[in-house]
Design a binder for this molecule. Structure first.
Ligand SMILES: Cc1cc2nc3c(=O)[nH]c(=O)nc-3n(C[C@H](O)[C@H](O)[C@H](O)COP(=O)(O)OP(=O)(O)OC[C@H]3O[C@@H](n4cnc5c(N)ncnc54)[C@H](O)[C@@H]3O)c2cc1C
Length: 327
């Protein structure tokens, strides 16, 4: 089949929060940029999912801010009514006043949606093949679209980024760097999204860490404010349970996590959905906020580089954009 090729200056693989941060900065600096995302939504692991009238944050649960540049973006989002503070203090916090934990007004994916406004993001397209010929990147996706770009930014977690780069069959890094990339590993996770037949009864703000393995975290999305009509609780497993039950049927792993949550919940679970996360948080990350190839116009960004969590991913996106813009 003859596929038409679309051309752009900068192509970003991934509409997670790091890829969208890079794309936003490039776009705002007047560059021609296109984002290709395999999923249906914006925000990657900052994921919100609907099930009937219930709504769940089933990846990242909230985010925190330590750096002035991210704080500036967060302040803009607060002012625009995109995000809010969910809570300040967990029982584990050492600072007496705690610190703000931010969430989207309608779900954690709101931050990604905000950054994506006005950007050219092609969703539902998985980049499967790369080549670099005559100084130009060529990309092919699983839905038979084809792109050409002068600069490529890969914001997928390092294990996925490395696999994708293998398809290009080029030298883009020295052996020591490739080895460092290969050592970046992620913990797995399992999320079980539960519709309850009444209020959860979770204390305080409706979120809690627990050592009641295989359960690691519970959050009431109704108390969080994103599922106003239906009581909807997100359960997160320990990484060990997720790894052990990676290929188990949902009928096995779902009820196991629900059983561990039972002592904390005042209402029963009427429905549940399971979601596997191949990458939750990086166990180790590359010791720089981004990486640029000395051989080809290629940049790696994301929480494999900027460090764990949403803020690490955003920091990586800012740093990668600064590099590409020569700032
Ligand atoms: C269960 C869970 C709980 C978490 N809890 C928290 C929390 O409470 N607080 C916190 O700060 N952080 C939390 N995190 C971590 C946080 O979500 C991540 O650090 C952050 O969102 C990473 O952003 P990113 O842009 O680097 O990567 P991603 O969000 O993974 O973005 C990469 C994007 O690339 C896309 N992609 C990959 N390959 C391709 C391809 N070949 N073609 C097209 N698109 C592709 C993916 O679909 C994805 O959208 C959690 C993560 C998980 C999974």
């Amino acid at each position: 089949m003859n596929m038409e090729t679309e051309k752009t200056d900068y192509l970003v693989i991934g509409a997670g929060i790091s890829g969208l941060t890079v794309a936003r900065e490039l776009h705002d600096a007047g560059k021609q940029v296109l984002v290709v995302e395999k999923g249906r939504g914006f925000g990657g692991r900052m994921a919100t999912r609907r099930h009937g009238k219930a709504r769940f944050d089933h990846g990242a649960q909230y985010f925190t801010v330590r750096t002035p540049r991210f704080q500036k973006l967060v302040d803009r989002c607060l002012e625009a009514g995109v995000i809010k503070t969910w809570f300040h203090k967990m029982p584990q916090d050492t600072a007496p006043a705690g610190h703000p934990r931010y969430v989207g007004i309608n779900g954690i994916s709101d931050l990604g949606k905000y950054l994506a406004e006005g950007l050219d993001v092609r969703r539902g397209q998985r980049v499967e093949n790369l080549s670099f010929l005559g100084g130009v990147w060529q990309l092919e996706t699983d839905v038979d679209t084809r792109y050409e770009a002068k600069h490529l930014v890969v914001s997928a977690p390092a294990p996925q980024a490395l696999k994708l780069l293998e398809t290009a069959q080029i030298v883009y890094a020295d052996d020591a760097t490739l080895e460092a990339f290969a050592s970046i590993a992620y913990a797995k996770g399992l999320a079980v999204m539960c519709v309850l037949d009444g209020p959860s009864g979770l204390p305080d703000f409706g979120g809690m860490k627990t050592d009641n393995a295989p359960l690691a975290w519970l959050a009431d999305n109704q108390m969080k404010g994103i599922s106003p009509e239906v009581p909807a609780v997100t359960l997160h497993s320990t990484p060990e349970f997720a790894a052990e039950h990676w290929d188990s049927p949902d009928e096995v792993r779902g009820p196991a996590l629900i059983a561990a949550a039972k002592p904390f919940l005042k209402s029963g679970v009427s429905e549940y959905i399971c979601h596997r996360w191949g990458c939750t948080l990086p166990l180790t990350s590359y010791p720089a906020d981004f990486w640029a190839s000395p051989q080809v116009p290629l940049v790696f960004a994301g929480d494999s580089f900027g460090g764990q969590r949403v803020e690490g991913a955003v920091t990586s996106g800012f740093a990668a954009a600064d590099y590409l813009l020569g700032r």
